[in-house]
Write a protein that binds this ligand. Structure first.
Ligand code: 3PY
Ligand code: MG
Length: 261
């Protein structure tokens, strides 16, 4: 059975303040991605930057998530744009690239995400053929619109260049990393994504996204932060991570069992 509609759903649903929720998976066992895909998330993100995923766990995870009827996003490691093409070949619907700080970074990222004339993605959608049920030209024609390129804005340089990044052909969305941004804005004094200067930057980024008619995404450190981001007009939020959810779930249950809750 073909899953073209499942994978294509991310590009179709993202935009207009859609407020989608993504799971954030750093555990490399595809069981974790598959289980979270069965919950009420719109999409599942596999993290190769700070999570423990590698190309093999992504190949297995994207299959589980797709078969559960959800599109998969992958966050690649910093600067490893060739990995963006590789994970698209595995059937991923969107790629988040961290630390995109300039027009040049955005152009390089987009070139690995899109086929000509927008970019220079190399041909070879091995597993994506099977998952989408397409072949040859059909995949090639659908590929650029279906593959969502999401550039992370999480430094002072990126904030200053946000219009250039958004104007880059092939960039579909930006994703704010509020923790790194809080470190950058405080010149390394602290990491605190709830700070006022970070909130102001979040307002600025979503306004620039709207002006460019591109999607705004952000990591929400808590579910309450996700509610605020949706109210600001954000289109996609991650709510915590699998590691964080496991720890907080365990701690809450232990506290009840020990009578210390
Ligand atoms: C950040 O907050 O810096 C992130 O990269 C979120 O994952
Ligand atoms: Mg970051």
């Amino acid at each position: 059975m073909a899953h073209l509609a499942t994978i294509g759903a991310l590009s179709k649903k993202l935009g207009g303040g859609s407020g989608l929720l993504t799971a954030w998976v750093g555990m490399p066992d595809p069981l974790v991605a598959g289980q979270l895909a069965l919950e009420d998330f719109d999409t599942v993100t596999l993290d190769m930057q700070h999570g423990a995923n590698d190309i093999h766990s992504v190949a297995l995870g994207v299959a589980q998530v797709t078969l559960a009827g959800k599109p998969t996003i992958v966050r690649i490691p910093v600067g490893q744009f060739a990995t963006a093409s590789r994970v698209l070949d595995l059937g991923v619907a969107g790629v988040i690239a961290p630390m995109i700080n300039s027009k040049e970074d955005a152009k390089a990222f987009a070139s690995f995400m899109k086929y000509p004339p927008i970019g220079e993605r190399s041909w070879g959608p091995t597993i994506a053929f099977g998952l989408t049920g397409t072949e040859g030209n059909d995949y090639m024609k659908a590929g650029n619109a279906m593959s969502v390129a999401i550039a992370m804005v999480e430094t002072r340089e990126a904030l200053a260049a946000v219009d250039d990044i958004l104007a880059t052909p092939g960039i579909d969305a930006v994703f704010v990393g509020p923790s790194d941004l809080s470190i950058a804005l405080s010149h390394g004094a602290n990491v605190d994504p709830s700070r006022k200067d970070v909130a102001e930057a979040l307002d600025h980024v979503v306004a620039r996204c709207k002006a460019h008619k591109k999607a705004a995404c952000c990591f929400a450190p808590s579910p309450l932060a996700a509610i605020e981001l949706k109210a600001k007009g954000y289109d996609l939020m991650a709510i915590g991570t699998d590691f964080g959810q496991l720890r907080s779930g365990a701690r809450a249950q232990i506290a009840i069992a020990r009578g210390t809750a």
